[in-house]
Design a binder for this molecule. Structure first.
Ligand SMILES: Cc1ncc(COP(=O)(O)O)c(C=O)c1O
Length: 395
């Protein structure tokens, strides 16, 4: 971030966000930021938009899904129906926080597996798994594994139809951890947000393309009615009555203020310039990789996230290429895709605002040179490498 933002953060390190009586302007700035993001995601106008700052997308996702569980449960109880068997539908491409939610909050996860050549979910695969106990469907804009954008509109159309036929009003939570700060600027026509009626909540990470340091995410609801009143706590022991919907009590104010700083400083046009630049550089590098004879692109390049695999089967693995590239200072993760596509080992590049066209050129040359170097080495000389992480989840 800019030196002015660093200074702002330093000046606010000591301010506890929860103490809105002592720091009323911080609470006001929080609400303004929620309003800006809700409008960015095309929420219908209400007196006050509904949302909260979190520590990151994980907390935002867990709180969003908890609200949907609560809404589902109270509807079932009002109808005199069983409310002990909630389920949630999402893809195997989802971030680990989705599994965490299911386990911590006791909801059956109905995970849509990947297929050999399909790395995200679609409306048909959702249709096969939903029922009257489905609290929500998760759709991801920018999956952790391949950067793909899931077809939220198709899933929305399906759920609108199901509501008419079966009477099940199943909400969609969109995980826009990365894309939430990209697509509204690079492709504002694409409908994935609150313009779609079943999209009831969205999360975004401030510390990804929100361009803020780690420690801030956002949860937005379509309308205040999507956050059950029972989940909002009002505390009066700090001198003022403050409604909260968070897992924690105390937290820093610095990153909330830093997010607001960026939104004011850059504005819509500033974010659009940064995101267009990231996307152009990413597409430039992706084009080079896909026209080489050694790499094959997997990502659809709607976002500045490049996922690729080896075109051929050399005597070394992407893990070994990743390790060798570290000698040149590049940290490119290599990992296997989730079950049913685990035969594929991919590498991923996330192009952020500090990654210039020059760096794209250098990285491409280093990738090709390192690949060729390994290709000409005796296999015995290579250190065999395995994935540094157990399981299938990557950050
Ligand atoms: C799609 C997606 N969802 C959720 C998360 C978790 O985000 P956070 O680290 O902000 O909790 C990530 C992190 O990489 C992600 O890529």
């Amino acid at each position: 971030m800019e030196p002015e933002a660093d200074q702002l953060i330093m000046e606010n390190l000591g301010k506890n966000f929860i103490d809105s009586f002592e720091y009323p302007e911080t609470a006001e700035i929080h609400q303004r930021t929620v309003n800006m993001l809700a409008q960015l995601f095309n929420a219908p106008e209400y007196d006050e938009f509904c949302g909260t700052a979190t520590v990151g997308s994980s907390e935002a996702i867990e709180l969003g899904l908890l609200a949907h569980k609560w809404t589902w449960k109270s509807k079932r109880l009002t109808q005199g129906k069983d409310a002990n068997h909630p389920n949630i539908v999402f893809g195997a491409d989802a971030h680990i926080c989705w599994d965490k939610f299911a386990r911590y909050f006791d909801v059956e996860p109905r995970i849509i597996p990947m297929q050999e050549n399909r790395f995200c979910i679609d409306a048909d695969s959702v249709r096969e798994r939903i029922d009257e106990n489905t609290i929500a469907v998760g759709a991801i804009m920018g999956t952790t594994f391949t950067g793909a954008c899931e077809p939220v509109k198709g899933i929305n159309d399906l759920l609108v139809q199901i509501k008419k036929i079966e009477g099940w009003d199943i909400p969609i939570h969109v995980d826009a951890a990365s894309a939430g700060f990209i697509l509204p600027f690079t492709n504002p026509e694409l409908e994935w947000d609150f313009r779609l009626q079943q999209v009831r909540s969205i999360n975004v990470s401030g510390h990804k393309f929100g361009l803020v340091y780690p420690g801030v995410g956002w949860l937005l609801f379509r309308s205040p009615g999507d956050l059950p009143e029972d989940l909002i706590f009002y505390v009066n022991y700090l001198g003022d009555t403050m409604p909260t919907y968070t897992l924690n009590f105390s937290r820093g104010s610095d990153m909330v203020l830093a997010q607001y700083y960026n939104l004011l400083r850059l504005g819509y046009s500033g974010y659009a310039k940064v995101m267009d630049n990231c996307l152009n550089n990413a597409r430039y590098l992706a084009d080079k990789l896909s026209s080489s004879d050694i790499f094959e692109l997997i990502s659809d390049m709607q976002l500045p996230i490049i996922t690729f695999k080896f075109k051929h089967a050399p005597n070394f693995t992407p893990f070994q290429l990743a390790q060798k590239l570290r000698e040149r200072g590049w940290m490119l993760p290599a990992y296997t895709l989730p079950p049913h596509a685990e035969h594929l080992t991919v590498m991923r590049i996330i192009v952020r605002e500090t990654f210039s066209r020059d760096m794209a050129e250098t990285l491409y040359n280093d990738l090709v040179k390192t690949y060729q170097l390994l290709d000409h080495q005796e296999v015995e000389n290579l250190q065999p490498q395995v994935s540094p992480r157990k399981g299938h989840h990557v950050t």
